[in-house]
Design a protein around this ligand. Structure first.
Ligand code: C2O
Length: 549
């Protein structure tokens, strides 16, 4: 692991899984990569060196919580061609940032092409010294990183799919801490979570998968959720955790069941009718005897047989996802108050979905594209933040539509014209303005759930519902008291989610679907947050080692 200061050497490493070996891109030779530990308010300095022939940017999922001390470190955010150019082979870049107003679990990952498949790891932000957790201190903590494993080279998977204009292949297995399986005929044991009877564990669950939202369950055990996306929540008990790519959830596990082995299962949530990855992966929770424990009267305890799960959620279990999402509330305590903006300066309605564009290399003459308000985002060849900072003209425009250009029944049948417009269009926010976005899922071509992620901020999730957002009725039900605060939220299939945040972080901030296939297809846009006029309200100049395009 890395504590506050460290090096990330990006190197190829031959790795064998599912009976086949391939070179993968890793940080320091590990998959998943090293955990980055720090305390709230620490300054973190990580030097990333690219030793492979891929271009690379590491994006740390560090989203500054508003209302706390201002942090203006946009140059360390990481998405390629948004805040920086890629780190070229043989070059390095120092990511320097301060962790402010966040405590819990986040993740870091590469933010270019599909390199995130193997370049990712946990960020653990411990609370400041003498600030205990707002829940009973667990005996131990465990990091659980969920991912996907592809026998093919993921770069080929995405390139082929882009050329053909079709959905990409799905992964060969899901992984828990890098372990697929277990697959006995590939001599893979799978991951084992060891616990001692009578103890409690804080599970730091991270979904680093490219394209799958996941359910996480442990047979026979309930989990108490206490934090999401590095913000404490009101504790609630559940037997199923739902976690989307880019999201993190901390939950407490009590090892209070009879000594034995219990299956841990991760299974995908995909409500699209076709093309989903239905592989389910297992690992196990294994009790070992606590030597000092006298709670078990039997002097020769027997390990009980593995307890199988009988109720793996079906792949289209929207009600389970809805129940989980609706149970998340911010703590809203005196120490950790909720600061949702009560007035709105920018009120936006974004349709989130897929559409079609003409395509020369595609057999059908057209290809699937992602879009927001009918704009399919074109990546520039100069980083947007540099263009913004140095006032370089012609890289982007600031005319991103605040509303869909054509009003239609968003969740009904597809409208007659489903062609999208290409553009590198951004939306401009004045410093410290309050922003409300209603993210409206559409039924165009392939209705599905979109885990939408905003860089640079946490936002409050003030409402969600099925069908079309009703601008008269729905706002009356908004939760402005204890809405959960996060950085990634699902926009339900044929439904909507409303978020609010304060634009108190000057720079360029990306918003995109965290299903990598949809990002590739252009389901993304970016905000420009202008400088304020006060001290510490403007973006500082770029560091000298900022990679050049
Ligand atoms: Cu974790 Cu822009 O993504």
């Amino acid at each position: 692991y890395i504590y506050m200061y460290g090096y990330m050497q990006v190197v190829l490493r031959n790795t064998t899984k599912l009976c086949s070996t391939k070179p993968i891109v890793t940080v320091n030779g590990h998959f998943p990569g090293p955990t980055l530990y720090a305390r709230e308010d620490d300054n973190v300095v990580v030097r990333v060196t690219n030793h492979v022939t891929y271009n690379l940017t590491i994006h740390c999922e560090l989203l500054y919580r508003h209302g706390v001390r201002q942090v203006r470190t946009g140059w360390a955010d990481g998405p390629a061609y948004v805040t920086q150019c890629p780190i070229q082979p043989g070059k390095n870049y120092v990511y320097n940032f301060t962790l402010t107003g966040q405590r819990g679990t986040l993740l870091w990952h590469a933010h270019i092409s599909w390199l995130r498949a193997t370049l990712h790891g946990a960020i653990v932000i411990l609370p400041k010294k003498s600030f205990p957790y707002p829940f009973p201190k667990p005996h131990a903590e465990k990091i659980i990183i969920l991912g996907e494993w592809w026998k093919a080279d993921v770069e080929n998977v995405v390139n082929e799919a882009t050329q053909a204009g079709l959905p990409p292949n799905v992964s060969d297995a899901h992984t828990i801490n890098g372990f697929p399986g277990p697959f006995p005929n590939c001599s893979s044991q799978g991951y084992t979570l060891h616990v001692e009877s009578g103890k409690t564990y804080l599970l730091r669950i991270i979904n680093a998968a490219l394209n799958d939202e996941l359910f996480f369950k442990i047979a026979g055990h309930k989990l108490t959720v206490v934090e999401a996306d590095a913000v404490y929540t009101k504790p609630f008990e559940t037997d199923t955790i739902f976690v989307s790519p880019g999201q993190t959830t901390n939950a407490i596990l009590k090892a209070d069941k009879p000594i034995g082995n219990y299956l841990i299962v991760i299974s995908p949530f995909m409500d699209a009718p076709i093309g989903f990855d239905n592989s389910t992966s297992f690992s196990k929770l294994q009790y070992k005897l606590n030597n000092s424990s006298t709670t078990h009267p039997s002097s020769t305890p027997q390990i009980a047989p593995t307890l199988f799960l009988t109720n793996i959620p079906p792949h289209n279990a929207t009600p389970i996802t809805k129940k989980f999402i609706d149970s998340l509330k911010s703590l809203n305590s005196i120490q950790y108050p909720t600061k949702v903006p009560l007035t709105v300066d920018h009120s936006l309605l974004f349709t989130i979905g897929v559409g079609l564009n003409p395509c020369d290399t595609c057999a059908s003459g057209s290809k699937l594209v992602g879009n927001i308000n009918n704009v399919t985002f074109d990546m520039p060849s100069v980083a947007l933040l540099e263009a913004h900072y140095h006032n370089i003209k012609g890289v982007f425009t600031d005319d991103f539509p605040a509303q869909p250009p054509v009003v239609f029944n968003y969740t009904g049948p597809s409208p007659a014209n489903i062609q999208t417009m290409n553009g590198t269009r951004l939306y401009r926010l004045s410093y410290n303005s309050s922003v409300q976005i209603v993210l409206q899922g559409t039924g165009v071509i392939a209705p599905e759930s979109h885990p939408t992620h905003l860089h640079g901020f946490n936002f409050y999730v003030i409402g969600s519902g099925l069908g079309n957002f009703d601008p008269v009725k729905d706002p009356k039900l908004f939760n402005l008291v204890d809405p959960v605060e996060r950085n990634t939220i699902g926009v339900p299939t044929a439904g909507w989610t409303a978020i609010r945040f304060r634009a108190d972080n000057p720079g360029i901030w990306f918003l995109h679907c965290h299903l990598e296939v949809h990002t590739t297809w252009g389901l993304k846009m970016a905000f420009i947050v202008d400088n304020g006029f006060g001290p510490n309200e403007s973006l500082p100049p770029p560091p000298n080692d900022l990679p050049q395009c």
